[in-house]
Design a protein around this ligand. Structure first.
Ligand SMILES: [Zn+2]
Length: 172
């Protein structure tokens, strides 16, 4: 591999370790010419077969186009999105095939997106699964509620109570 600093045509591997859950190998390299160090990441090539039948290389940023749209106005950070894209890629690579349907990529987004933000999940699912009626949303929401991890308590009725009106707080 060429040195990215001086373009020398060779480099030496000084360290290799698996990364991203075993789906990649990260190599630390050193240029014998300028002695600078750089890192390369080796993964199997992964292609996505689009609905049209055309294939293109898997790209995390393409995964994020639709997800980011679904997250508009939601409390989701760029870091959250980067982690989500990484999980999607790991899920797909763990299936072990070099080629996946675009559909499977969408499917792999649903789980992590649901954990991240339920509203964004519903938006994404409505596009991806082609919701075309309120009933579709209702059944998705019912499913969400049913599968929701028990988080302890429903909001306490005291939290929902209307605070005392200003005049009543003064005491008498
Ligand atoms: Zn160099």
């Amino acid at each position: 591999m060429h040195c990215p600093f001086c373009r020398y045509t060779d480099s030496r591997v000084i360290d290799s370790r698996t990364a991203d859950d075993g789906t990649a190998i990260r190599r630390r390299r050193q240029c014998p010419e300028c002695n600078r160090r750089f890192t390369t990441v080796e993964t199997t090539s992964l292609s996505v077969v689009k609905r049209s039948g055309a294939t293109e290389p898997f790209s995390r940023s393409k995964v994020l186009v639709g997800v980011r749209k679904a997250c508009q106005g939601r409390p989701v950070t760029d870091d959250d999105l980067a982690r989500l894209a990484q999980r999607v890629e790991e899920t797909i690579r763990a299936q072990g095939s070099a080629e996946v349907d675009a559909n499977e990529v969408g499917l792999a987004v649903l789980g992590p997106l649901r954990e991240l933000d339920e509203v964004a999940y519903l938006r994404f699912a409505s596009v991806y699964q082609g919701f075309d009626s309120l009933e579709d949303f209702e059944s998705a929401i019912t499913l969400l509620r049913a599968e929701r991890e028990p988080t302890g308590q429903e909001p306490d009725s005291a939290d929902l109570a209307v605070p005392p009106a200003y005049g009543e707080m003064a005491g008498s």
